[in-house]
Design a protein around this ligand. Structure first.
Ligand code: ZN
Ligand code: ZN
Length: 195
C-alpha cells in the first residue's frame, strides 16, 4: 500500500457518537433482503442559523439490505419554532418528514478498502456510510427539515398581518387611527392651512 493511493485502506476516524447513527456492519454481512428497525425518540439537534426546533425529533428507521448497500425508509416528527410571515409573532409548527434514500458503504466490509461512489451516485446524493459502517442520518435529517419547512409560515391561515400605520398586529387593539397619526409632516401642513 502506497501513500496517496486512493484505493488504500482507510484510516478510520472516530466512530459517530450520535443518537441518529447506527452501526450497520451486522446488517451488511446479512444477505440481501435482511432488515433492521430502529426507533428514534426525543433527539435534539441544533439547527444553527437554519432552523430552531421547539421539540425533539421522534421517528422510525427501517433499513433493508440490498445488493449494493441499504435502502433507508424513515419517518420523523418534530416541532419547528418559527415566526409568522405576516405578523412576525413567534409560533410553533408541527413538522413531519421522511427520508427515502439509498445508503452505500464507504469501506468494503470484507477487504477494508475504500469504496468510491460513482458519478451517478454522487449526483443522486446517496448517503455514504461512515468508515465504521455506521449510518449517520443527522445530515439527511437536517436537509429533510430544510426541504419540508414552509417558506412563509402563518400562525393562522387568515392572519391579517401588521398595521401599516402603527406597525402592530391588525388583530390586536384598534387600528381606527385618526388621520393625524399618519404623518406628522401632514399635521404641520394642515395647521398652516387652517391659519
Ligand atoms: Zn400572523
Ligand atoms: Zn394600527
Amino acid at each position: 500500500m502506497t501513500a496517496g493511493d486512493p484505493r488504500a485502506t482507510r484510516t478510520p476516524g472516530p466512530p459517530a457518537d450520535s443518537p441518529l447513527a447506527w452501526n450497520v456492519a451486522g446488517l451488511l454481512s446479512d444477505g440481501v433482503g435482511a432488515a433492521r428497525d430502529y426507533v428514534v425518540s426525543g433527539v435534539d439537534i441544533d439547527g444553527g442559523e437554519d432552523f430552531t426546533l421547539a421539540a425533539p425529533i421522534d421517528g422510525r428507521v427501517h433499513l433493508n439490505r440490498t445488493n449494493r448497500g441499504l435502502l433507508v425508509a424513515a419517518d420523523f416528527t418534530t416541532v419547528l419554532a418559527t415566526e409568522c410571515a405576516r405578523c412576525l409573532r413567534e409560533m410553533t409548527l408541527p413538522l413531519a418528514f421522511e427520508i427515502h434514500d439509498e445508503a452505500l458503504p464507504a469501506v468494503d466490509l470484507k477487504t477494508g478498502k475504500a469504496v468510491a461512489l460513482s458519478a451517478a451516485d454522487e449526483e443522486t446524493g446517496v448517503i455514504q456510510l461512515t468508515d465504521h459502517h455506521e449510518l449517520d442520518l443527522e445530515q439527511p435529517i437536517r436537509e429533510a427539515i430544510l426541504l419540508t419547512m414552509p417558506i412563509a409560515p402563518l400562525d393562522r391561515e387568515d392572519c391579517p398581518g401588521l398595521c401599516v400605520v402603527c406597525g402592530l398586529p391588525l388583530d390586536e387593539n384598534s387600528h381606527d387611527h385618526p388621520d393625524d397619526d399618519v404623518d406628522p409632516r401632514l399635521e404641520a401642513l394642515r395647521g398652516f392651512v387652517a391659519d
